[in-house]
Design a protein around this ligand. Structure first.
Ligand SMILES: [Zn+2]
Ligand SMILES: [Zn+2]
Ligand SMILES: [Zn+2]
Length: 95
């Protein structure tokens, strides 16, 4: 494990129930990702608009977690490393 971004996170609740940008523009998504820095919900790289990755490119917020039912993994864009969702984020993920 090389990622130490987790220590600096202060996960906050999701700001929307779907991809924030897709909801505004009426686009569709495949899977949802939650930004653990600010609560932004964006769509995955299998989705046409890839808003989760775009959010990282614009904000440099390092870590997203899956915002899919029952999934408990996270991903650091900076280290390109798969992580277990940090304890502080578990209550914010979908059951
Ligand atoms: Zn990292
Ligand atoms: Zn989207
Ligand atoms: Zn963010």
């Amino acid at each position: 494990m090389s990622c130490n971004h987790v220590e600096h996170l202060h996960p906050t609740a999701a700001r929307s129930s779907g991809c924030e940008e897709c909801l505004k523009t009426g686009s569709n998504w495949v899977h949802l990702r939650l930004c653990l820095s600010c609560g932004h919900v964006g769509c995955c790289d299998d989705s046409p608009q890839r808003h989760a990755t775009r959010h990282f490119q614009q904000t440099h917020h390092p870590i997203i977690a899956s915002y899919e039912r029952g999934e408990r993994w996270a991903w650091c864009y900076v280290d390109r490393e798969m992580l277990v969702a940090p304890d502080a984020a578990l209550a914010l993920l979908r059951k």
